[in-house]
Ligand binder design. Sequence first.
Ligand SMILES: [Zn+2]
Length: 62
Amino acid sequence: MYDPKAARNTETKLKEDGTKMCMRCRHVFDASNFYKNKSKVDGLDGYCKSCRKKAKYLKFKE
Ligand SMILES: [Zn+2]
């Protein structure tokens, strides 16, 4: 089943409790497990640090 609403919502946001879901592994981590990324709405990268290390096609300054 195709859900356009869910498909559009691939960008995960930081929650009020300070946790965020990784776009890649779909696990929820503390905000400290995400690199900072100014281009994102919440200022945090969409991938957790562990996934970001695996996805080396993008470089980020810390
Ligand atoms: Zn991840």
